[in-house]
Design a protein around this ligand. Structure first.
Ligand SMILES: Cc1ncc(COP(=O)(O)O)c(C=O)c1O
Length: 400
């Protein structure tokens, strides 16, 4: 792989993967690995899901790509299905190519509709690789750190009277970009009370609620969408990752209210691969597979097995500091060491035993985002391998 520009800081551990089937990856030597990372949290219903392969093959044989002035019926059918499933029926959907792009488009729509100049988001939110999403700074954003709100000691209503809110320039906020489960913050879930109060206050002031479901959508957190854990009614929803199950398709969904506001001033977004039939056909197949195969419920059951098993290992080994998880979005923070060398050894130990997990270099955290279609036996096998590597590779924490 000498010609390949990879992501800095990550080794290419498995350069010879030749086949993937559900949660299994196979290398050129025939060794198989259980993928508990689902690629980059994308293959949410398993690699090579038969319905996705069928949709890809069928649609590729008809038409992959079209233009602004003509298109295939599957695109509208997919848009209707995605809107209805996301709780934005009556709105409109644009299919794009990546999560970054869906968030970028959504931000553009919100900015264009907003009557106030600032967008609010949490300091630990991540929303993409380019443009506005990548910057997340400057005088167009207000970043709020919710860490102090997590264990709020104040027995009072969450709202503008709280000292923590005093810094928020509420009258200047035109929109709130909310990620219902922080991925860059290594799986942390902002408190419901805070999120509901911020969203309500912002709406009262005429602002728009944009929910970034790129990671949390399509069943990842045990509900169809992460915002459902917060009882919110978003104006915009950005989808990516799981929507294409590994194929690069994403979507931005706009509510009827936001569309009405944009009617006289629509978003001009020139990109060649918007509303491509191939991506739309894949998205439609994914959403229907989740519905018709009961995969949300299945994911919850797998999550229960995984979280219970991890709690048992924490108890048995004393080498897990914290388990954070909702549905199948899970982070396991190890007692580890300062430079996370033992966590890196644990990850390599798991890989040698045939289990792929994620670790960001330098952090004592193992991330697990398995597919909703993972088999119970694979969870059991993983838990037993994890216990072994923790016992062998990770030092117990020093006695207090
Ligand atoms: C919460 C969140 N938003 C947006 C993105 C960007 O998606 P993509 O990398 O597919 O462009 C990511 C990617 O990890 C993400 O985790």
């Amino acid at each position: 792989m000498t010609n390949l520009l990879g992501y800095p800081g990550f080794n290419l551990d498995l350069p010879q993967i030749v086949r993937a089937e559900n949660t299994w990856l196979y290398d050129a030597q025939g060794k198989r690995y259980v993928d508990l990372e689902s690629g980059l949290w994308c293959a949410g219903i398993g690699h090579g899901h038969p319905r996705v392969i069928e949709a890809l093959t069928r649609q590729a044989g008809q038409i992959c790509h079209a233009g602004y002035s003509y298109n295939a019926p599957v695109v509208d059918e997919a848009a209707a299905e995605v809107l209805e499933t996301s709780g934005l029926a009556g709105g409109k959907c644009i299919f794009l190519c990546s999560g970054s792009e869906a968030v970028e488009f959504s931000i553009r729509a919100v900015r264009q509709a907003a009557s106030q100049p600032l967008l609010l988001t949490f300091t630990d939110s991540y929303f993409g690789a380019y443009g506005d999403a990548h910057r997340k700074s400057g005088d167009e954003w207000f970043l709020f750190d919710w860490a102090d709100c997590a264990g709020c000691p104040l027995d009072r209503v969450c709202g503008p009277d709280c000292p923590a809110w005093q810094k928020i320039p509420l009258s200047k906020i035109g929109g709130f970009l909310f990620e219902p489960g922080s991925s860059s913050g290594l799986v942390r879930f902002p408190p419901s009370k805070l999120v509901a109060a911020l969203a309500a206050q912002m709406k009262k002031n005429g602002g728009w609620l944009l929910v970034n479901e790129v990671t949390t959508g399509l069943g990842r957190t045990g509900e169809w969408f992460g915002y459902q854990h917060y009882g919110l009614a978003p104006d915009v929803v950005a989808l990516g990752k799981g929507l294409g199950n590994g194929y690069p398709v994403s979507a931005a969904l706009l509510s009827p209210g936001l569309l009405a506001r944009l009617e006289a001033n629509p978003v001009h977004y020139a990109q060649s691969h918007q509303n491509d039939p191939l991506g739309a056909a894949v998205a439609l197949a994914v959403v229907r597979a989740i519905k018709e195969e009961g995969l949300i419920a299945r994911g919850r059951e797998i999550s229960r097995l995984l979280l219970e098993g991890l709690a048992d290992i924490k108890q048995a080994t004393g080498k897990i500091r914290e388990i954070r998880g909702r549905g199948l979005m899970v982070a396991v923070e190890l007692t580890g060491d300062k430079d996370a060398a033992s966590t890196a050894r644990a990850r390599r130990g798991l890989l040698a035993r045939g289990y792929i997990v994620a670790q960001r270099p330098g952090l004592n955290v193992i991330r697990l985002d398995p597919a909703l279609t993972m088999e119970r036996a694979e969870i059991a096998g993983f838990l037993s391998a994890l216990q072994q590597v923790l016992e062998q590779e990770v030092q117990p924490p020093p006695a207090a």
